[in-house]
Design a binder for this molecule. Structure first.
Ligand SMILES: Cc1ncc(COP(=O)(O)O)c(C=O)c1O
Length: 382
């Protein structure tokens, strides 16, 4: 257990709540979840499913109608043919990280993962006794993978490479060229790729390109996607993996051994999310983009902060080296002295030092309030 890590967002939220209980006003940018409500057509489908008796166990791999809807959606968006047998429905995107690593990675294997990056990757790699090989995402490369470095990091022990685009915490988006570069670096080696595409619908400039779309890579890719971010359904717990049918059988067995199945009524709501009106997804994306624009422009006017424009997800990841403060110290001061909750870049790995992450899941009014507070704090302390 001592090898298992965690996500600090929940700890910062708890600290912010303690300050609020003492009467302080805190603006929240720590948790990575949309502040919007789940679209009403999806809520209605879930309520109707509950009333309609979808309250029993279902197949471990997911209800056939949802697996079929996901196969069609992933097939259409990634330009490949996907069979329902290649889809495993799980409670959120996270279990796919857990199960894919559990199914494929042995003690001593090497797993290459983005750093800064979603902390659960490194946590799980360590937990399994495998060797975590970070690949640094550099700001000067727009937080993209350095393909030459990737080539250097691949060894005969490399078992898996984890990709995440759009990226948490930097908002970086891999271009088709980058993705093809990864494919070329892997060549014909027996390496599986976990492609975390949970933010695939949240792209403001450019478009999403999956490794799954590269010739010869469909069978070597485990695609992770889900409903949490796209449809503001974090609390429903609904996500999925798309992978080779034989691997899907093993991952389903992990489901049988852990969760039995994903809640049936949430899966019925998931069919509506995929097949119903997508207007609310577009609206959320539009709002995240305008918040990003206001926040980035505002941060760039504050002493010590410099921020690139993230092209996807809903995170803003400014460089704070100009403040002369470490990420942790600065994030703590912003929470305690300025009433702005955010996360130190180091919550996302060693290469997150020099940055902090704001999740722009908050209104423009609150973003402006936070900018004023940060500016006031910087004028006083820097
Ligand atoms: C990159 C990334 N992958 C996976 C997840 C997990 O999503 P879920 O809440 O659906 O488990 C998150 C959530 O923050 C994430 O940022």
């Amino acid at each position: 257990m001592s090898r298992l890590g965690t996500e600090t967002a929940f700890e910062v939220l708890a600290r912010a709540r303690v300050l609020e209980a003492k009467g302080r006003d805190i603006v929240h940018f720590e948790i990575g979840e949309p502040d919007f409500d789940t679209p009403s057509n999806v809520v209605d489908a879930g309520v109707n499913a509950l009333r309609g008796g979808w309250t029993h166990y279902g197949p471990s791999a997911g209800l056939p109608q949802l697996r079929k809807a996901i196969a069609a959606e992933v097939g259409r968006t990634r330009g490949v043919r996907v069979e329902p047998e290649e889809v495993v429905v799980v409670p959120g995107g996270k279990p796919i990280i857990f199960f894919a690593l559990l199914a494929l990675v042995e003690e001593g294997d090497e797993v290459i993962f983005p750093n800064p990056g979603f902390p659960i990757y490194e946590s799980m790699i360590h937990f399994l006794g495998a060797k975590a090989i970070p690949i640094q995402l550099k700001e000067k490369m727009d937080f993209n993978l350095d393909i030459d470095e990737l080539k250097r990091l691949i060894t005969s022990k490399s078992k898996m490479i984890i990709l995440n685009s759009p990226h948490n915490p930097t908002g970086g988006v891999m271009t088709e060229r980058d993705v093809r570069g990864v494919a070329e670096a892997i060549g014909d080696r027996n390496i599986m790729v976990l492609s975390d595409e949970i933010y695939s619908r949240l792209i403001f400039e450019g478009s999403h390109f999956s490794l799954m779309s590269v010739d010869g890579f469909k069978d070597r890719t485990i695609l992770l996607d889900g409903f949490s971010k796209t449809y503001a359904m974090t609390g429903w717990r609904l996500g999925y993996g798309v992978m080779r049918a034989d691997l899907a059988t093993h991952v389903s067995r992990l489901m049988t051994n852990s969760n039995s199945c994903t809640a049936s009524f949430t899966q019925i709501a998931g069919v509506e999310a995929i097949e119903g009106d997508q207007a609310s997804v577009e609206e959320m994306c539009r709002q995240f983009k305008s918040r990003r624009d206001v926040f980035v422009a505002g941060l760039n006017k504050i002493k010590g902060f410099s921020c690139r424009v993230p092209r996807g997800a809903f995170y803003v990841f400014p460089n704070i080296t100009g403040t002369g403060w470490t990420s942790k110290k600065l994030a703590d001061a912003l929470l305690e002295e300025a009433g702005v909750a955010c996360l130190p870049g180091t919550s996302f790995g060693e290469f997150g030092e020099g940055y902090i992450r704001f999740s722009v899941a908050n209104s423009i009014a609150n973003i402006n309030k936070a900018l004023e507070r940060i500016d006031g704090w910087a004028k006083k302390n820097l």
